[in-house]
Design a protein around this ligand. Structure first.
Ligand SMILES: Cc1ncc(COP(=O)(O)O)c(C=O)c1O
Length: 367
């Protein structure tokens, strides 16, 4: 990475295409486009999919807000369906029903015109792929584009296939808490060459091939990844398997200890998940234990924990814009109330995991 600083190219040099190439190699996809965040990557997919004002996209409220925000950037409408209780991933039967009867699922408040149903945007929550075969069947039946938000799932596999390759577009993200990091960054993968060219232009202020620095064919953005980040990403990608294996070990240490504590549920791994790419380790408490009380006591003991996720439909700006209310997506809300991310990274030692588990055991048994 330091070598980059000795070259004249701190942006758009040799590391960006090499970093992209490592994604083509991992996933078998023809094209990879590196950008400066996962959010930017998802936004470019929305643009490339032609999703515009009023268009409807079926997605999940149990996710990090960016997966829905990118739709709002284009004044499109996230049409939420609830999630599977065990995995927290989009409920594919509901997604199928929504695709066939979209009017039943529309938000209460819709200002302006409603366009057509254009896409499905499933999220591979906490590193576990959504049930993509079912999603693809819905997409095929209704001619919808699929954008797979794999920002949390780099290297996970679904029935032996890499996460991110299961829709028309897949997006990964590399914020420091992710499986690999570039500081900030993201990568889009696709087999669609035209879309990839368009997204390359959009990330670079709308400059199409042949444009000069000051001529811009499209309305674009500065979503370029810099060369230092790309160089870091290349080095991280060469260690991906090792990094994922370390995270698997930490997850296994947690599971062995936490599964025994009454009232604590450890993450569920679906049989279709042939490799989990552990992103965070989110446990759930049964309904009798108050997650927030437990979280407060753990924080007091110096154990940093975080509720995961706060439902998207109840975020103030979303609820206000679309009229969503508490009770609209009961499973998402239930998971949002009971889930707690415990300290997790690939460099944790077993005694650190043990200390966290001891604290959880003590707090839970003392309630
Ligand atoms: C599910 C999901 N989507 C999108 C993003 C956005 O990625 P970034 O933070 O790189 O913009 C994240 C990461 O935080 C995420 O977890």
């Amino acid at each position: 990475m330091m070598d980059v600083l000795k070259t004249p190219f701190l942006s758009m040099g040799v590391h960006t295409p090499a970093f992209e190439q490592s994604f083509c190699e991992l996933t078998g996809r023809k094209h990879a486009v590196a950008v400066n965040s996962g959010t930017a990557g998802l936004h470019l997919c929305v643009r490339a999919a032609g999703i515009g004002p009023g268009d409807l996209v079926i997605t999940t409220p149990f996710s990090f807000v960016a997966s829905s925000n990118v739709l709002l950037f284009e004044n499109a409408v996230p049409v939420f369906v609830d999630v599977d209780l065990q995995t927290g991933n989009i409920d594919t039967e509901m997604a199928a029903d929504a695709a066939g009867h979209i009017e039943k699922y529309l938000p209460r408040r819709l200002d302006g015109r409603t366009g057509s149903l254009k896409a499905l945007l499933p999220v591979d929550v906490f590193g576990q792929p959504a049930d993509m075969d079912a999603i693809k069947a819905v997409a095929k039946a209704h001619e919808l584009i699929v954008i797979e938000d794999s920002c949390e799932a780099l290297g996970a596999t679904y029935k032996g296939r890499q996460a991110g390759t299961l829709g028309d577009f897949g997006v990964f993200a590399f914020y420091p808490n992710k499986q690999i990091t570039t500081g900030e960054g993201g990568v889009i993968i696709t087999d669609d060459g035209r879309a990839a060219d368009f997204m390359r232009a959009l990330r670079n202020q709308g400059r199409a091939p042949g444009d000069t620095w000051l001529s811009h064919t499209h309305l674009g953005y500065n979503y370029r990844i810099d060369e230092m980040s790309a160089a870091l990403g290349r080095a991280q990608m060469s260690r991906l398997d090792e990094l994922l294996t370390k995270r698997e070990q930490v997850a296994a240490w947690y599971e062995a200890r936490l599964a025994e504590i009454p009232g604590v549920e450890v993450p569920y791994v679906s049989s279709s998940t042939t490799r989990m790419s552990w992103f965070v380790y989110v446990i759930r408490f049964d309904g009798k234990l108050d997650r927030d009380v437990i979280a407060k006591k753990l924080e007091e003991q110096g154990v940093p924990v975080r509720p995961y996720f706060l439902p998207i439909h109840l975020q103030p700006y979303m609820a206000e814009r679309f009229g969503w209310r508490e009770g609209d997506f009961p499973i998402t809300e239930d998971l949002g109330r009971r889930g707690l991310a415990v300290p997790f990274s690939g460099v944790m030692r077993e005694e650190q995991v043990e200390a966290v588990c001891r604290a959880i055991r003590e707090v839970v048994s003392g309630l």
